[in-house]
Design a protein around this ligand. Structure first.
Ligand code: NDP
Ligand SMILES: CC(C)=CCC[C@@H](C)[C@H]1CC[C@H]2C3=C(CC[C@]12C)[C@@]1(C)CCC(=O)[C@@H](C)[C@@H]1CC3
Length: 314
């Protein structure tokens, strides 16, 4: 059976840098780049193959913001091979959250719910007797308890959907460990620090970042969280890959950090999370998953019935 590392959001930023770092570590690894835009995914694969011509890199179409796409992608993964680690490196940062096709808040769906459904759907291959697998959530220092409410897990009513979704990912990682460690599945959380990627360029125009870049490098002398490059930002993801799953602390967030001199290292810091809250969120997500599946089944049944009707009337 093959050892496959599935990376979401792998066509740019931290996800792509993780793939590069993993291939430098072991060019025999089999990577699966799960992306919503296949053109960009193809470009990422070509870039990786340029430096690692023998690498085995598969592409998987996945829009984590769509439950249908998640179920379809999981079906394909299950039919092919075994995933040993899967890292979430996609993300949506916006203050103007909106409702998506599934009737869910887009930020919540992209940053949390899609991955939750993917983990659950892949449990038959992630949870296998005698083997360990892992899920790594790319969270943020922006994850704050004050931004999250159990009464509004999708953050329909608030103004900090990103911070809420990242706090929720910290909670859900803890719950996944509680429910799945005994079956060999381990979950961890990382924070990449401040990294210059499409996500950050989306907040402020790139000329602004270029202008303040010297100041950022100066700030790095005083704060090690300014990792700045995707390579440095992917440091914690990479270092977790090298560590034994069982040795990781389920209550810690592993931070990518960079010293003033530019060397990168990883440090665990305790998260502000508790078991009751993580269990309550887990139960809510299970309910939401059930109703999302039911809704999709009804949609499919209606389509089938309509097709049948058309065939009969022809
Ligand atoms: N940059 C930073 O300073 C920080 C980043 N983070 C987190 O790191 C993670 C990676 O972000 P970063 O590398 O900076 O950002 P990028 O914008 O460079 O990368 C995000 C990736 O996610 C993909 N993506 C977005 N939405 C979806 C979707 N619905 N389905 C599938 N793929 C999707 C993008 O694909 P596409 O090309 O199709 O848009 C892209 O490949 C995020 O979770 C972010 O929240 C956390 C803290 C700080
Ligand atoms: C050096 C000067 C003049 C200003 C620095 C401002 C920063 C403190 C600020 C600008 C963009 C912000 C930002 C984040 C933190 C604060 C800033 C760096 C995040 C890293 C917070 C965590 C995330 O998840 C990121 C997506 C944020 C990116 C933007």
């Amino acid at each position: 059976m093959e050892k496959v590392i599935l990376v979401t959001g792998a066509n740019s930023g931290i996800g792509l840098a993780l793939c590069e770092r993993l291939l430098y570590e072991d060019s025999q690894l089999q990577l699966c780049l799960a992306c919503r835009n296949m053109q960009r995914a193809e470009a990422a694969r070509s870039a990786l193959l340029t430096s690692h011509p023998d690498a085995q890199i598969d592409l998987l179409h996945l829009d984590v913001g769509s439950v249908r796409s998640v179920l379809h992608a999981a079906h394909k993964v299950k039919a092919s091979n075994v995933v040993k680690m899967f890292a979430t490196a996609e993300g949506l940062l916006t203050q103007q959250d909106r409702v998506n096709k599934d009737g869910l808040q887009e930020v919540f769906a992209t940053n949390l719910f899609g991955h939750f459904v993917l983990v659950r759907e892949l449990d038959s291959i992630l949870c296998q007797a005698g083997q360990t697998s892992r899920v790594v959530w790319t969270s943020s220092s922006n994850a704050r308890r004050s931004a999250f409410s159990l009464d509004d897990v999708q953050h329909r009513l608030g103004t900090e959907p990103y911070a809420s979704s990242k706090y929720a990912s910290d909670l859900i990682s803890l719950a996944l460990n509680r429910h799945n460690n005994s079956q060999g599945l381990y979950s961890s959380v990382i924070c990449p620090g401040l990294v210059m990627t499409n996500l950050t360029y989306g907040i402020l125009p790139s000329f602004f970042w270029t202008l303040i870049m010297p100041i950022m490098y100066l700030i790095r002398i005083f704060t090690n969280t300014f990792t700045l490059t995707p390579h440095n930002g992917a440091g914690a993801l990479h270092s977790l890959f090298l560590k034994k799953t069982e040795s990781l602390d389920p209550r810690a967030k592993y931070h990518s950090l960079t010293s003033g001199m530019g060397s990168n290292y990883t440090q665990p810091r305790q998260m502000d999370i508790d078991d009751d809250m993580s269990e309550a969120l887990y139960v809510k997500l299970l309910e939401m998953e059930k109703s999302a599946r039911k809704r999709l089944k009804e949609e499919d049944d209606n389509k089938q019935a309509y097709k049948k009707y058309l065939n009969q009337t022809e």
